[in-house]
Write a protein that binds this ligand. Structure first.
Ligand SMILES: NC(=O)c1ccc[n+]([C@@H]2O[C@H](COP(=O)([O-])OP(=O)(O)OC[C@H]3O[C@@H](n4cnc5c(N)ncnc54)[C@H](OP(=O)(O)O)[C@@H]3O)[C@@H](O)[C@H]2O)c1
Length: 300
């Protein structure tokens, strides 16, 4: 297949390019800078120069493609996430960008879209398992993801299909984990929420393999991640990879400061990805969080 990627230079995009190429697919990547285009070309990707909000560029780039994977993000990292307006760019990408991408795909006669979404949107279910039928908790922070999924569902008529992948927290050689790793290495707190609550995590390499499997998945919404992990174990794993005996949790007043932006990072989410495995044969190459997920960060 020929697959058009947005966010081709990001963590999810790079992993998807590798996995798509391994499976024999061709990739066209949306890119905004000459440096980004050179990087894509060096990995055998055909660059499409333009912005996510430039519909005409997208239509031209998508023509002749069999599928689109919308992986563009702008996630604020670390303390920057707490600044006023920090979610403006990512919200715009989710609320409006997803609609532009879906419209462009329709006009370019592409029949399948894969949308990256987040399992953070589920409500806190304590120790109960969460599957794709579990309730979501819509706040100002999660609403844009829900809207992006809805744009994809609207696309899926007249023989077209869409797949929304609700990924866990990307944990590996990526900017957010690197920020946590540096803090943990300095003995600073990185844990948020209750120590015995559950988190849903995914290794960056498993993002790419999920995108490949989504090319053949029945349309719909799927959770994608490794085994859920207790927050205490997540924090300790990062701290131990960073050379510390154990990790530390932030005081609860920080949560009040962060409001809804931080609230989603504290939800207890014991998310199952069984449905995606059952329907596509996908299995994570990294099924359980271990310190070696952070080997690249430790070596750097
Ligand atoms: N499920 C999750 O936990 C999750 C999901 C997504 C991201 N993250 C985290 O967020 C952090 C940053 O991720 P990342 O490295 O993927 O983000 P990034 O470096 O910001 O990459 C996002 C991609 O989207 C593209 N993009 C953004 N706005 C665009 C626009 N208007 N038009 C065209 N392309 C646009 C970027 O292009 P440019 O290169 O031109 O900027 C880039 O290719 C990482 O730590 C990652 O793990 C986590």
């Amino acid at each position: 297949m020929k697959v058009f990627l947005t966010g081709a230079n990001g963590v999810m995009g790079r992993s998807s390019i590798e996995a798509l190429h391994r499976s024999g697919h061709d990739v066209v990547g949306l890119v905004r800078t000459p440096e980004g285009a050179a990087e894509l070309k060096a990995c055998g990707v055909e660059p499409c120069h333009g912005d996510l909000f430039d519909r005409e560029t997208l239509v031209a780039g998508m023509r002749g493609c069999d599928a689109v994977a919308n992986l563009a993000t702008k996630v604020p990292i670390g303390k920057a996430a707490l600044r006023p307006g920090s979610l403006k760019a990512i919200d715009r990408i989710r609320l409006h960008g997803s609609k532009v991408v879906a419209d462009a795909a329709r006009r370019a006669d592409v029949n399948r879209i894969i949308q990256q979404s987040l399992s953070f949107i589920y409500a806190d279910e304590h120790d109960n398992w969460i599957d794709e039928h579990s309730p979501i908790d819509v706040t100002r922070t999660t609403e844009p993801c829900v809207v992006a999924e809805a744009h994809m569902a609207d696309f899926a008529v007249d023989g077209r299909e869409s797949v929304s992948l609700r990924f866990g927290l990307v944990t590996g050689d990526d900017l957010n984990t690197a920020w946590l790793f540096r803090r943990a290495a300095a003995g600073r707190a990185i844990g948020l929420g209750l120590e015995d609550s559950w988190m849903h995590v995914v290794h960056p390499h498993d993002v790419g393999s999920a995108v490949v499997h989504a090319l053949g998945a029945p349309g719909g919404t799927y959770n994608v991640g490794a085994e859920p992990v207790r927050r205490r174990d997540y924090v300790d794993t990062i701290a131990q990879a960073a050379g510390r005996r154990e990790g530390h949790f932030l005081p609860r007043w920080i949560l009040r400061l962060g409001g809804e932006k931080l609230e989603i990072l504290t939800r207890s989410q014991r998310v199952s990805s069984q449905r995606f495995s059952d329907r596509t044969g996908w299995h994570p190459m990294y099924p359980k969080l271990t310190p070696d997920w952070l080997d690249d960060l430790a070596r750097a």
